[in-house]
Design a protein around this ligand. Sequence first.
Ligand SMILES: CCCCCCCCCC/C=C\CCCCC/C=C/C(=O)SCCNC(=O)CCNC(=O)[C@H](O)C(C)(C)COP(=O)(O)OP(=O)(O)OC[C@H]1O[C@@H](n2cnc3c(N)ncnc32)[C@H](O)[C@@H]1OP(=O)(O)O
Ligand SMILES: Cc1cc2nc3c(=O)[nH]c(=O)nc-3n(C[C@H](O)[C@H](O)[C@H](O)COP(=O)(O)OP(=O)(O)OC[C@H]3O[C@@H](n4cnc5c(N)ncnc54)[C@H](O)[C@@H]3O)c2cc1C
Length: 675
Amino acid sequence: MVHHQNKAIREGDNPDLTAERVTGTFDTHSMAAQIYNSEAHARRRREITEIIAKRPELHDTKPFPFMTREEKILESSRKLTLITKHMNEIIEPNNSNEMFHLNNEVLGIEGHPMALHGIMFIPALTAQASEEQQKKWLTRAINREIVGTYAQTELGHGTNLQNLETTATYDVATQEFVLHTPTITGLKWWPGNLGKSSNYAVVVALMFIKGKNYGPHTFMVPLRDEKTHQPLKGITIGDIGPKIAYNVTDNGFLGFDHYRIPRTNLLMRHTRVEPDGTYVKPPHAKINYSAMVHVRSHMITGQAIMLSYALTIATRYSSVRRQGQIDTTQPEVKVLEYQTQQHRLFPYIARAYAFVFAGAETVKLYERVLEEVATGNVSLMADLHALTSGLKSVVSHYTAQGIEQARMACGGHGYSQASYMSEIFGVAVGGCTYEGENMVMLLQLARYLVKSASLVKTGQSSKLGPLVAYLGAKSDSTSLIDRTPTTGFAEYVKTFQHIARRQTLKAADKFFGLMEKGEKRPIAWNKSSVELNRASRLHTRLYIVEAFVRRVEEVADPRLKEVLTDLLHLHVNYELLDMSTYALEDGFVSSSQLDYVRDQLYFYLAKIRPNAVSLVDSWEFSDQELRSVLGRRDGHVYENLFAWAKASPLNKTDVLPSVDKYLKPLMESARASKL
Ligand SMILES: CCCCCCCCCC/C=C\CCCCC/C=C/C(=O)SCCNC(=O)CCNC(=O)[C@H](O)C(C)(C)COP(=O)(O)OP(=O)(O)OC[C@H]1O[C@@H](n2cnc3c(N)ncnc32)[C@H](O)[C@@H]1OP(=O)(O)O
Ligand SMILES: Cc1cc2nc3c(=O)[nH]c(=O)nc-3n(C[C@H](O)[C@H](O)[C@H](O)COP(=O)(O)OP(=O)(O)OC[C@H]3O[C@@H](n4cnc5c(N)ncnc54)[C@H](O)[C@@H]3O)c2cc1C
């Protein structure tokens, strides 16, 4: 038996796909360790996949696209119950990375009845509930004795939290908060699993004490009777209906009618209200936004995974799909041979790697900030908020674009739900909206950048934090890309720094200039906001490049280092071309330098070609996790597409009731009228 570098090779696979794997130059298990940030975790992922493969009760009973929403929810609940019961036989207790993988394999990406419970409810209680409150609720939540969600967004307001309409008014006499929804637009709207599954929620409401508005605060609120699951008196609750995707998640609505909860249901780790109504303010005004920051920090990796699902499907399929010739004397080629196909897919493969490396750094910073905040040190909260706001927006935007490119790269079959592309796209693109609409979050980062620009302009660059220190540096007069002997990636990084710095200072100048001309601050802000968001994007893309460079520098295995270096070359050249307007407009990069960048791009497309399948295989998604006929590991696409179509519910009978009822009579009457 030959041992190949690509560990996905099996006997009996489509030979076209095997041929791709044989050309791989690196060990895919080792690359998985880079992707999942540790050898141990990559190995555990494989072990978990194997355990699941041997337990048919954890497999889908039929393809998701053939199920109704109700069937999907039932099926998901069945499997959720099983994995909850048998969790300790499959994953290490309380290992959230393993849990994430288990969920993706068994439950899939469309959500499940306890999705928000793990992603936001438990994190909100962990970060915001006092020790005493945690004893009361957190243990029960972890044991799944209660199921919760995070209810913040309303029908009328999602972005502007200061204008939420749900109120929590303190009644000193009874020591209770009275939750109330004054209007239809004040109904909570969107919270995942609120509609039908949760019996508790962390609810965000404007807190009023003795007539004073203290702004948004978080409250632990029982919603349904723990025994009967019936809504409690004073609560109006339900599902908001089908969405573009994520339809296994019951996003819901919620209204309160003068609904009373004890004072002690205000989450009081950082904020307190004494029995007499005295308010004790938190060490940082936005400390109770932590559940959002939790998801924003983790969703970078989540988005990279979605992008890689789509790229795995498209790259494998492009290796078995033959269409047309390049040399007319030769047989039809795999569509992956076309430069256009490579240009469509490979830069996104590079981006997916870049995103997962940036995601790992973000989670590390998040965990550090979480620990520090627990001890009262809030000094890094602003940096983390700025970083995650930018990354969440940039990564989800390019992820959606990349998935759509991958779908189109699969031609007609990409449009079939057999590819699973539409669901992957629908789920991923939600990330552009949830946890803060992308434009809004870019503007949050812009506030941080403008403050930093102001330090530069006032000669205080030494006060800049590490993430923005480059703003205080001086650029060379022109980029030295292609003008110096090879200096690794330093010239590219310098060029991206120049571009981000120039745009940030220019946008800040515009904003400050408008104010100097007499515009009020918010008007000046609005009139500068497109330019400000451009700065936020460029700053974030610079960060992503730097994270990629940092990771490649750390890699010791020479085979991995070589292919990751190729990917990084592809990434920096693609990114620079994509933002070339900024580079050209002040002459920092010339058009002849861009020609060099373009040549480099084409060179690296060709260099990566033999490793393309291995690069996507390295994510080690099982067929169960991918749920795509086109993306199958074995490459046997056509026979399985035919089997999939035959299994379509419409093919259960040869003649549909609709034909009997309508089409047959229509044709019969048409024929009769001709007689
Ligand atoms: C592998 C491990 C497994 C782990 C599991 C995780 C898996 C993750 C994968 C994800 C996959 C699927 C997830 C699907 C589930 C989706 C669930 C979705 C949930 C939601 O959408 S919940 C609702 C989210 N809503 C929002 O995000 C609203 C957006 N709006 C806001 O955040 C705010 O309104 C605002 C920030 C825009 C403005 O806030 P406001 O209070 O009005 O601000 P201002 O008073 O103007 O103040 C601005 C200043 O405040 C600073 N600020 C703001 N936020 C923060 C913060 N969080 N931290 C620190 N500082 C903050 C800001 O910087 C300004 O400061 P400045 O005045 O400039 O100094
Ligand atoms: C799949 C999904 C799951 C969700 N899950 C939850 C959940 O579990 N819990 C929960 O509480 N919420 C949830 N939400 C809600 C989500 O957080 C909000 O929809 C999101 O924060 C955007 O708010 P919005 O809908 O009010 O958009 P809006 O703010 O109305 O945005 C509309 C447009 O206005 C623009 N805009 C708004 N304000 C500004 C501004 N200040 N400056 C410039 N432009 C602006 C936006 O950029 C956008 O183009 C979920 C949403 C989705 C799609």
